[in-house]
Design a binder for this molecule. Sequence first.
Ligand code: MTE
Length: 397
Amino acid sequence: MPGLTAPSDYAEEPPRHPDLKINSKEPFNAEPHRSALVASYITPVDFFYKRNHGPIPKVEDLSRYTVSISGLVNKSIQLSMGDIWALPKYNVTATLQCAGNRRTAMSNVRKVRGVGWDISALGTATWGGAKLSDVLELVGIPKLSSVTSLGGKHVEFVSVDKCKEEKGGPYTASIPLKQATDPDADVLLAYEMNGEVLNRDHGYPLRVVVPGVIGARSVKWLDSINIKEEECQGFFMQKDYKMFPPTVDWDNINWSTRRPQMDFPVQSAICTLEDVDVIKEGKARIAGYALSGGGRGIERVDISSDGGKTWVEARRYQKDNVAYVSDGPQSDKWAWVLFEATLDIPANAEILAKAVDSAANVQPEKVEDIWNLRGILNTSWHRIKIQNSSSVGRSKM
Ligand code: MTE
């Protein structure tokens, strides 16, 4: 029996928390309810969104599991879990965000193709594992390499799951060698999540975590690593997760004209209210998350309760008793920033949130301007409509 196998049906899926909101059952795609999402800085594993493209792989015998490294290297190797555990272990707190987060709101403007997600297709975990830069040294690739002696420029990750989009083949993705061999990029081969052994849904026994980049590149159930001259040609790199302008639709798309999305742009959302909600007029606590890609910090989160006429700056925080400073040495650069503000909510208010990152990037105002046929990267201002606030007695405070 090989170490890691992929079932072809959904008969052996792992147990999941009953409070998750299921967006698709087979493959299993689910997110927590928005109010649960910002209850803690570190997302409990049970409430971490689950994004799959096929049945969940299984390990029959961990002692037989290996990950191979081959391609444009002088000598291919096979690493066991023992070999991976023997490397220095790093804990990196990083947010994974699916590129389809907030897709449902984009599809309300114009139909898009893809699983519908509310605002919770993201979560923050402390990932434990070996640095990919250390692993690649085992095949003779030095740190901070852009190209191997044999011309390799990309690191491809191959899984074992059977994905419909790949006609039953496995999920694949790649990142540039430069990023993979940079110890400061913190790319991990992770075997732990929040101090526990990674569970099946999140990639047991070993997954890639690429901080600051859309979740699609963090390949779960890692089977092999290939060093290649070109980036990965798989479906999820070349025919998906690319950002097209609003003028491109399914009848005029040319996938090769755009590059695969890597970093995610600045994003924020309010989690204490539904998009259309009812609260009493008066003071209310508004809280949510903000994050940006590429390790950029969050410089500011602005909240408006009058549809954008006036704004207040929300308090930003990560860990208790540690002041959050955008790009400061004490702040987790790969993780989201939570925010809160107490605002006076007038009758029939429109509450807005927008974040600014440390490179002064701001979220776009309107979803219409960034509509794209796959419904990815909806980072438009988050808008909440408060209805009948004076006539209904339900408070969210
Ligand atoms: N890896 C494999 N093998 N198969 C997948 O379907 N989904 C990707 C990525 N890695 C996927 C995968 C996508 S699109 C996302 S957003 C993240 O895993 C989700 O990771 P999570 O389920 O641990 O939250």
